[in-house]
Ligand binder design. Structure first.
Ligand SMILES: NC(=O)c1ccc[n+]([C@@H]2O[C@H](COP(=O)([O-])OP(=O)(O)OC[C@H]3O[C@@H](n4cnc5c(N)ncnc54)[C@H](OP(=O)(O)O)[C@@H]3O)[C@@H](O)[C@H]2O)c1
Length: 266
């Protein structure tokens, strides 16, 4: 496993397992499969309503808790200092863990800074090992860091070959913040798996277009958290460290950038 070193020295795997829409007993089995395949970072959120099954999987998987990296996020129902404090305790209970590896403010909220203050306190108390934000564009991020005491260790944003956000990545890097990309396969909004240029490049490396899409982000220094409910695909998505894209291939893939979000949330 390769790791990023966050700005407080904590190691975070460069690839993780996304858990949007992973729920119930079936979801718990999916999580156990992902951990069995080798994922060590699990990306959950209160919004996904699955922290409890993530906690169950952590307990059942037989892997030392120290080897796992669990991310969770606070959203609107926790949008105040007091509510965020309660949300942190709730996450610790749900995850059946003495600590959270990374907690993010899920989106831009008016109360984002006070939520972050509550997270900063828990960080100082050792309940959270790293803190960060999600879905902040450059302007919002710059504004945020002017007001907070601890520079976010991570900003998790939409990032895939059609909208990699390479400029944002550079700006974040300047501040010592790691960019982690969500929806590396566009959550099905584009058929990335049939994208001709990715297929062609993949063929020359004996890789799939999905693997090329992930490798492109990783080679740009962006973390990835693909989700799959199928064990074979989970494995395929992890097998992205035994080949490299050439400069020419990176340039060709860069041309897919449409410079526009496929989600348009913000
Ligand atoms: N911070 C935020 O606001 C935010 C927003 C969105 C997502 N996220 C996080 O990012 C994670 C990843 O994003 P996502 O789940 O939305 O979308 P995604 O990872 O881009 O795409 C998941 C889809 O791709 C399919 N898939 C996965 N691997 C495949 C493969 N090798 N071949 C063919 N199909 C494959 C999956 O189907 P199967 O399951 O059938 O394999 C699923 O339908 C989420 O799970 C969540 O943890 C965060």
């Amino acid at each position: 496993m390769l790791y990023f070193t966050l700005n407080n020295g904590i190691q975070m795997p460069v690839i993780g397992f996304g858990t949007w829409d992973v729920r119930g007993a079936e979801g718990e089995k999916i999580l156990l499969d992902a951990l069995d395949v080798g994922y060590r970072l699990v990306d959950t959120a209160k919004m996904y309503d699955n922290e409890k099954i993530v906690g169950n999987a952590i307990c059942r998987c037989g892997i030392n808790r120290n080897e796992l990296f669990i991310t969770t996020k606070l959203h609107t129902p926790y949008a105040s200092y007091k509510k965020a404090k309660a949300g942190i305790e709730e996450s610790l209970n749900n995850l059946q863990s003495d600590w959270i590896d990374l907690m993010l403010v899920h989106e831009p909220y008016e109360q984002g800074i006070e939520m972050y203050e509550a997270m900063t306190e828990a960080y100082r108390e050792g309940k959270i090992r790293a803190i960060g934000v999600s879905n902040l564009n450059e302007k919002r991020f710059e504004d945020f860091i002017r007001k907070c005491e601890v520079i976010p260790m991570v900003n998790q944003v939409e990032s895939h070959v059609y909208y990699p956000e390479l400029e944002l990545k550079k700006k974040l890097e300047f501040h010592g913040t790691i960019m982690q990309g969500w929806a590396p396969f566009t959550e099905g909004r584009r058929n990335i798996f049939a994208e001709p240029i990715l297929m062609k490049i993949g063929e020359s490396h004996g890789k799939t277009s999905g693997q090329v899409a992930l490798r492109y982000l990783l080679q740009n220094g962006i973390g990835v958290i693909p989700k799959s409910s199928k064990k074979e695909r989970m494995r395929e998505n992890m097998e992205v460290f035994d080949f490299s894209l050439t400069d020419e291939e990176m340039k060709q893939i860069k041309k897919l950038n449409e410079g526009k979000s496929l989600f348009g949330w913000y």
